[in-house]
Design a protein around this ligand. Structure first.
Ligand code: MN
Length: 316
């Protein structure tokens, strides 16, 4: 997906709230926006919360059913650097193409993971026969040492899946108990989907070095006595002995965690990095249509263009 905010902000990771040295439950209401013709709720980055571990962007797309004649999601060629885009499909079918020549349809229960590193361009389009869309797209900031790694694209049709405490759990990335996700990660990270058909309490152990958040996708959950509705993110911070919440019947949520970033992260348009000059250079390379990003074979749609860099050249 593409970040088309009219007023993008630079993002800092040094803002974990605490009360008397203990982590405070922070509620983040996702803001409604639009990507490629699809309504999305964006929970990261927001003013209140920029990152959870290296997770630095969270768009909840849909659920939406397309009316006759509607094309569904249509995101034209656009670049990324310094991040991985992590797409988790819940309903619908989307075709991914990129400048490496990858062409991959993603279906429910599958992950598309695009490692942008030095630079890649891609497109995302609903399949013509697909009349609905429900998905989550997350971005994962690459660590400083890997920020310019070679771009690659990986598709994962199978993820570890099990029943626990009445919930159906899918491990999207990282490790949980004896379960190990196959998805390539560059930093200590976890992502889990929890579906609770009947509803009930879910308690999970945590790593003390991770911060955690629960993104509610469907239903209203209860966390620390607070009701967390769909498209709200409950941020747990770091240092809890465990995480516990009550899921409603039919509840659907993502549990995200990771080691807090050590460096200040910069996010501008579809670029992630640690240095304004690097981001300005990436934007220049896209604008002049240089070899760095290349074209997306098979897609002749209009390339998406960024707004002007919001800082003065002298700042670089
Ligand atoms: Mn994208």
């Amino acid at each position: 997906m593409s970040n088309t905010d009219s007023k993008p902000t630079l993002s800092s990771s040094r803002d974990c709230p605490e009360v008397d040295g203990r982590p405070m439950l922070q509620r983040v209401v996702a803001r409604q926006t639009e990507v490629g013709g699809i309504p999305v709720a964006r929970a990261l980055p927001t003013r209140e919360r920029r990152t959870i571990g290296a997770w630095c962007f969270l768009d909840h797309a849909g659920p939406v059913v397309f009316a006759g004649g509607e094309q569904g999601m249509q995101v034209g060629p656009h670049p990324h650097t310094g991040l991985q885009t992590f797409t988790w499909m819940i309903a619908g079918e989307v075709l991914h193409r990129d400048s490496l020549g990858s062409k991959q349809v993603i279906r429910p229960g599958e992950v598309n993971l695009m490692t942008a590193g030095w630079g890649i361009a891609h497109t995302e389009e609903s399949m013509p026969a697909s009349r609905e869309l429900h998905a989550v797209q997350l971005w994962i900031a690459l660590p400083w040492a890997d920020r310019e790694t070679s771009p690659r694209f990986d598709h994962y049709p199978y993820l570890p899946r099990w029943e626990e405490q009445g919930a159906r759990v899918t491990l999207l990335t990282g490790h949980y108990g004896d379960h190990n996700a196959p998805t390539i990660a560059f930093s200590p990270l976890i992502g889990m989907e929890l579906r609770h058909a009947r509803g009930g309490r879910f308690t999970m152990p945590v790593r003390p070095d991770y911060e955690y958040g629960l993104m509610v996708l469907e239903g209203t959950f209860e966390v620390d006595g607070e009701r967390i509705a769909a498209n709200e993110l409950a941020y747990f911070g770091q240092g809890r002995p465990d995480i516990a919440f009550d899921a409603p019947p039919g509840g659907l949520a993502l549990l995200l965690g990771g080691e807090p970033l050590h460096e200040e992260l910069l996010m501008w348009w579809n670029f992630v990095g640690y240095d304004k000059a690097d981001i300005a250079r990436a934007q220049y390379d896209w604008e002049v249509r240089g070899e760095r990003f290349g074209d997306v074979p098979g897609h002749d749609g209009e390339r998406l263009m960024p707004p002007p860099i919001p800082w003065k050249r002298a700042d670089v």
